[in-house]
Write a protein of this length. Structure first.
Length: 66
């Protein structure tokens, strides 16, 4: 492979407006994905705790009625 040719094409792509717009959209999409993963990580613990609490309450209610 000719790395200089590939690098020159990459530079041309970045210099053109369409290349910059594409890179901006890629960066925006990456930021949204990182944000979504962060939200999932933060919420997951609280959701698991709430689900366990609700499940325990249901089990204790069922056991007390039998």
């Amino acid at each position: 492979m000719d790395y200089h040719r590939i690098l020159n094409r990459l530079r041309e792509f970045v210099r053109r407006d369409s290349g910059l717009v594409t890179l901006e959209w890629v960066a925006l999409a990456a930021a949204v994905i990182v944000l979504a993963i962060g939200v999932i990580v933060v919420i997951q613990t609280n959701v698991n705790t709430a689900a366990s609490t609700i499940g325990s309450a249901i089990v204790s209610t069922v056991n007390s009625n039998t």
